[in-house]
Design a protein around this ligand. Structure first.
Ligand code: AMP
Length: 171
């Protein structure tokens, strides 16, 4: 994972003072690293039944849709409010900086679906916890949550204690 870590750029004080922003754009523009990251994200789950990948707007779309392609299954976008055109379920949560909410189409998943949730980064865990609740609201099961980066010092795992978590790089 040291290879991947070399492609994550730290931007101090973005988007506000005190935040060390982990910029994954150098990683995703490098074909071998993008492939490595996607393969490592799904690797622990290859023997398990997964029926869909859900990814959070916006960077979760990059890794999530590639993981879905790789597994030959569908991708479910969890979007910021007002973006999805059909009926939605929504969930509010707190961020490392500010607060937000996510929405999903009510017919995106159903009972019996087994979902792998993917995002670029786990910080305080608010985004991922809300995403798990959205998936479960639709009657589906969260098999695990996978992240390229986990900020261990923010203890996001505690908010996801009932779920399996897989992270490639820890800070
Ligand atoms: P949280 O809900 O606190 O776990 O925040 C996770 C979400 O916010 C992810 O979608 C990340 O893309 C983004 N995020 C939070 N903190 C950072 C950070 N330090 N660097 C990059 N992205 C971040």
């Amino acid at each position: 994972m040291q290879r991947l870590e070399a492609y994550i750029r730290n931007i101090p004080d973005f988007p506000e003072p005190g935040i060390q922003f982990k910029d994954i754009t150098p990683l995703v523009k490098t074909p071998a690293m993008l492939k490595l990251a996607v393969h490592q994200l799904i690797h622990p789950f290859l023997g398990q039944e997964i029926t869909a990948i859900a990814g959070m707007e916006a960077r979760g779309f990059i890794f999530g849709s590639l993981a879905a392609w790789e597994l030959g299954i569908g991708f479910i976008p969890l979007r910021k409010p007002g973006k999805l055109p059909y009926d939605v379920e929504s969930m509010s949560y707190n961020l490392e900086y500010g607060s937000a909410s996510l929405e999903v189409h009510i017919d995106a998943l159903e009972q019996g679906d087994k979902v792998l949730l993917i995002d670029d980064l786990l910080a305080t865990g608010g985004t991922a916890a809300a995403s798990c609740e959205l998936v479960e609201k639709l009657g589906a099961e969260v098999v695990a949550c996978a992240f390229v980066v986990e900020l261990d010092f923010l203890n996001g795992r505690e908010k996801l204690s009932k779920h399996k978590i897989h992270s490639l790089i820890h800070y």
